[in-house]
Design a protein. Sequence first.
Length: 170
Amino acid sequence: MMNKPSFAIHSPALPKIFPVALWDVSPEDFPHEGTALENWKFLLKFAVLAPTSHNTQPWLFHIRGNELELYADRTRSCHVVDPDDRELVMSCGCALYQLRSAMAHFAYAGEVTILPDSSDPDLLASVHLGTYEERSTEESILFYAITKRYDASFQMCKSKTLGFLAKRSA
């Protein structure tokens, strides 16, 4: 395992308690004239909004110039309900899909290599920004759905019913 990243970008599991700034990302702020690093950081804001099993956000991203590596963060594994890390890997796949959706929206024809290093099972994918290309309407529709998604616990936190039940139980 060479240069495995030691950082991660996760979305908060409890938006009522933690800031929801991650969902306030605006496509208009994309750094069109920015560096590869600035572009990756912006694109990752959409990737980390991906749905995950048990709200674990089990990914690590490592940026190297025009390349980004996606690692499984096995420290966020739920060993009892997901002993083989199947759902963990699927959650990382969701983040990868949303990253690719954001790339396509901003007209990057990126190239993805799945499981690029057979000696490192945590390295799930490497992604290159690629060149600029025309974007499709379908890809943009999918992209704009990213910030509209939320899970049931988000609704529960906002629910008047939850507040009512909390008062009644006190």
